[in-house]
Design a protein around this ligand. Structure first.
Ligand code: CUA
Length: 333
């Protein structure tokens, strides 16, 4: 068994490191709901701390204080005041504050603009479906783009097990349950890039089911969505053209869609503009040609039991060509 000293040696630095990583911290909110939750957290922690200190002080006085003070503490008014009136008043204040905060969330949901965004929990990644202004479905994956200052309703679904959508800087978490749609209205308050994580154990690779949230100025978001709705860019060089050909020949299009090509599969993430995303494999790998190669040949080691087979029979130069092709599928940014 691991000794307590060693457990502390392993876990304390980990806690310190994760505590510093503000990119996924609910303590640095960048969404309207997260700001409200942060306020609620500070208020309830402050209340609890103040009451704990007060009770400790009373205990100390009762045990070691001067006789006259102890005498006063023995009065009935303290039982009434401290035991009934004070808790009723303080807890009522906290309750009202909580109810006001929840109602603010409801009014935000009522103000939500546009047709919203559907996010489907997969094994172990996120399908993200936007609806463009002309009603077209724009399928993407593993990254959520939001317009700053516009409340947006996220429709959360799953076609397998229960996942939980949690972008701590944006809002609280909400489960994604097979057979039903849960809705969460979020509003980004400043342009930023943050990170989210599946918050419900959903299988071996649960911890590797993350995503990025990119909050953009509203007009930038509209321009981005219009570009995202378009077909994939054409391969720009010989390696990429060879990669495109190999992608089709090896049946990759059976599982992945690249709009504008013959690839129309829907089992894996849509790769139409995969080169423009901030990560690969649901925030597990960086987005570069080397990471594509690692994923193609070694994905079962990187994310065990994911639904993609490994392609170890491909020659290294073939893997490289496919990786160059995929990395080039960007929006020219
Ligand atoms: Cu999906 Cu945990």
């Amino acid at each position: 068994m691991m000794k307590p000293g060693r457990i502390a040696a392993v876990h304390v630095p980990l806690l310190v490191i994760t505590g510093c990583s503000g990119i996924q911290s609910a303590l640095q909110p960048e969404g309207r709901e997260a700001v409200e939750l942060h306020g609620l957290l500070l208020a309830s922690t402050g209340f609890s701390a103040a009451i704990t200190l007060l009770v400790l002080a009373l205990i100390i006085v009762a045990m070691w204080g001067p006789r006259s003070w102890r005498h006063r503490l023995a009065h009935e008014w303290l039982i009434f005041g401290g035991g009934i009136i004070l808790p009723v008043v303080l807890l009522t204040c906290l309750l009202v504050y909580g109810l006001v905060t929840m109602d603010a969330g409801a009014s935000r949901a009522a103000r939500a603009e546009g047709p919203g965004i559907t996010i489907v929990g997969k094994r172990w990644w996120w399908q993200v479906v936007y609806t463009s202004t002309d009603g077209e479905r724009v399928v993407s994956a593993n990254e959520l783009r939001l317009p700053v200052g516009r409340p947006v309703t996220l429709r959360l679904e799953s076609d397998n097990v229960i996942h939980s959508f949690w972008a701590p800087k944006l809002a609280g978490k909400l489960d994604m349950i097979p057979g039903r749609t849960n809705t969460l209205t979020v509003e980004a308050i400043e342009p930023s890039i943050s990170r989210g994580q599946c918050a419900e154990y959903c299988g071996g690779a649960h911890a590797l089911m993350s995503f990025y949230v990119v909050a953009m100025p509203a007009q930038d978001f509209d321009a981005w969505l219009e570009a995202e709705a378009g077909p994939a860019s054409d391969p720009q060089n010989t390696a990429a053209r060879r990669g495109s050909q190999l992608f089709q020949e090896n049946g990759c299009g059976g599982c992945h869609t690249i709009r504008g090509t013959e690839a129309t599969g829907t089992i894996g993430p849509d790769l139409t503009h995969v080169g423009s995303r901030h990560s690969l494999a649901a925030a597990t790998l960086p987005n570069d040609a080397q990471a594509f190669s690692r994923w193609i040949t070694n994905n079962q080691h990187i994310k065990p039991d994911n639904l993609m087979p490994v392609y170890q029979y491909l020659k290294p130069e073939e893997v490289e060509a496919i990786s160059v092709y995929l990395e080039g599928l960007d929006l020219g940014d």
